[in-house]
Design a protein around this ligand. Structure first.
Ligand code: ATP
Ligand code: MG
Length: 445
């Protein structure tokens, strides 16, 4: 019987030809987070199932339909469906909340949800996310939203709309739940089975249901903003004021309730209409009760998660710039074993200085080696044979122009190559902008 070695549905391979796109997002995400005072945290891929039941919430789609729960011997675990729960668990377990507040951490990680795979919706996907714990101030909400916006801008994404809402605190939500129950009760029989159950346990979740019928019924449902208590209402007003002061455009969308139970007060989404139905590239909000719910002190907190696959879909569609993948600086074409040894030695020296050097490992003839050098786009080639070795010098060829320069193969070889290399750049680069682009590419290498 043939074994099935295809990758599972809803997973993706990132091939070497595409990985620079991921590096672009990861690098700019890290740099941006760090300029806002966030440090990276790394947490396990799986956690105790209870952690997600308690935090994400038992009536959410994620917990009810999407978790990958695995049994190994007598223990049971769940692959993380999101990053917040594990991150807060780690902050508590390692006492980070006893240190200077606010505590600010970011992460780049994979998440697992058993969903119906489609463009922008995978079963293993990746998030850039962050959490800030300790501040109850709406300025913290503005800071976190501003960070997300700065990142999207630095990635040069366009036409992404920010929607914000407040879903209040347990105090104002009690009244709101009552109003929702009354509203949905009238059309209870038309709701999907899950939502009939939600009507009893957590009626706000009905607003997040993906079923078109439930969505249609929910259209005229009461909105939470009419039920906010004074504290939640003034928190929301301050946030709007800060965003305006920062020049960040937003729309209030009272329909945003977010798919996870732990949110309180501010929730927000950055949405694009350019990649079809899965247009939410970033979702987040405040979760003032979560840390206490997980057995910690009462510490207010907030954060967001950004789907990297969705970001990349938009970036590709919009032609956003990616870092230039490193290209071969010099290829040594060799004839004979002594030349191969010399190529090894010179390559080693060049690599110590950050150059990308290659030589033949396939036993190809000279012509085939040159063809290969062309194929990988080497900037320079240098042919090494018996003559070059005995004379201690060789011709280095700039592939684009075909121009050849003599270079000494002595102990100053790296310096000699530097000279040829920078001469080439000076010839090719015409203005400051091109120079900046070149240096940027080199730095990213
Ligand atoms: P959606 O409404 O699209 O299902 P969600 O509310 O479940 O999103 P969150 O739990 O807030 O999403 O996750 C944060 C971000 O992670 C989303 O905005 C999205 O960019 C990304 N994301 C969520 N689920 C998936 C998935 N199955 N595949 C790819 N990206 C995802
Ligand atoms: Mg979802």
């Amino acid at each position: 019987m043939a074994i099935n070695i295809k990758r599972p549905n809803g997973t993706e391979d990132v091939l070497p030809s595409d990985v620079h796109k991921w590096h672009t997002v990861e690098k700019i995400a890290r740099d941006t987070a760090e300029t806002f005072g966030f440090s990276e945290i790394r947490v396990p891929t799986f956690e105790n199932t209870d952690l997600f039941l308690r935090s994400v919430g038992e009536t959410t789609d994620v917990v009810q339909k999407e978790m990958y729960t695995v049994k190994a011997k007598e223990t049971e675990f769940t692959l993380r469906p999101e990053g917040t729960a594990g991150t807060i668990r780690a902050m508590l377990q390692n006492g980070l909340l006893n240190e200077a507040l606010p505590q600010r951490v970011y992460y780049l990680l994979s998440c697992f949800r058993h969903e119906r795979p489609q463009a922008g919706r995978l079963r293993e996907f990746h998030q850039f996310g962050l959490e800030m714990a300790g501040s109850a101030s709406p300025a913290a909400d503005a800071e976190v939203i501003s960070l997300a916006k700065t990142l999207l801008d630095r990635l040069e994404l366009k036409n992404i709309k920010l929607f914000i809402n407040s879903i209040g605190c347990p105090k104002c939500r009690a009244e709101y739940h009552k109003a929702l129950r009354t509203y949905f009760e009238a059309r209870k029989d038309e709701l999907c089975e899950t939502c009939q159950d939600r009507l009893v346990k957590n009626p706000m979740r009905i607003l997040d249901c993906k079923s078109p019928i439930c969505q249609e019924i929910g259209k005229d449902a009461p909105i939470i903003l009419d039920y906010l208590c004074e504290e939640c209402s003034s928190h929301f007003e301050s946030l709007k004021k800060y965003l305006t002061a920062l020049g960040i455009e937003f729309s209030v969308n009272p329909k945003i309730v977010r798919g996870l139970d732990y949110y309180t007060k501010t929730v927000f989404e950055f949405v694009t209409t350019e990649i079809g139905a899965q247009g939410t590239v970033c979702g987040g909000g405040r979760y003032d009760g979560l840390i206490e719910q997980l057995g910690g002190q009462k510490v207010p907190a907030l954060g967001f998660g950004m789907g990297i696959e969705r970001l990349l879909l938009v970036m590709e569609k919009q032609g956003c710039p990616f870092v230039i993948p490193k290209k071969c600086d010099i290829y040594f074409a060799t004839m004979g074993d002594a030349a191969l040894e010399k190529a090894m030695e010179l390559s080693h020296q060049l690599r110590e200085y950050g150059y990308y050097a290659e030589f033949d490992l396939m036993g190809r003839g000279l012509k085939a080696q040159m063809k290969y050098a062309n194929k990988i786009g080497a900037s320079f080639t240098l042919v090494l044979g018996d003559n070059e070795l005995s004379e201690g010098k060789a011709k280095i060829k700039e592939m684009e122009s075909g121009e050849e320069t003599e270079i000494l193969l002595n102990d100053k070889f790296v310096g000699n190559f530097d000279g040829v290399y920078f001469d080439k750049i000076m010839n090719v680069i015409e203005d400051d902008e091109a120079m900046a682009a070149f240096m940027n590419g080199k730095e990213n290498n």
